[in-house]
Design a protein around this ligand. Structure first.
Ligand SMILES: [Zn+2]
Length: 132
């Protein structure tokens, strides 16, 4: 289920999360939860384990309970580097002119039902982030 609020709040982080195959619940939680408001489970996972992303509270609980391995949460990953990632998208694409195109393609996949004028704004905001 896509959280449009998180997408509009931080389209670059949202699309980056999709790029890395991070679950949507964790992407949305990462965008909407300030660092100092993260739950104890999230803090524990981030400090004690190499998970490669910041999980949401529910996924952090499942990881701590041994119910799931972090890499089992990763699906439809577009990044070529193996999980857990060590580079940011801009590092990974450092010498790649197709960076913007890749992100726009992912954005278009995510926002199939979003009106074109809103998509144009999101594309512009992702572009500003990438080219800054
Ligand atoms: Zn999650």
């Amino acid at each position: 289920m896509m959280d449009t609020l998180a997408l509009f709040k931080d389209p670059f982080s949202f699309v980056s999360g999709i790029y890395y195959g991070i679950p949507t619940c964790c992407i949305c939680s990462f965008i909407s939860t300030p660092i100092n408001e993260r739950s104890d489970e999230v803090k524990q996972v981030c400090s004690e384990m190499k998970v490669g992303f910041v999980p949401c509270s529910e996924c952090a609980k499942r990881i701590l309970d041994g119910e799931v391995q972090p890499d089992e949460l990763i699906h439809n990953r577009h990044a070529k580097k193996e999980f857990p990632r060590s580079l940011s998208p801009s590092d990974e694409f450092q010498n790649d002119d197709d960076q913007f195109i890749t992100f726009i393609r992912l954005l278009d996949e995510i926002t199939i039902n979003v009106p074109e004028d809103i998509k144009t704004d999101l594309r512009r905001r992702i572009g500003c982030t990438i080219y800054n």
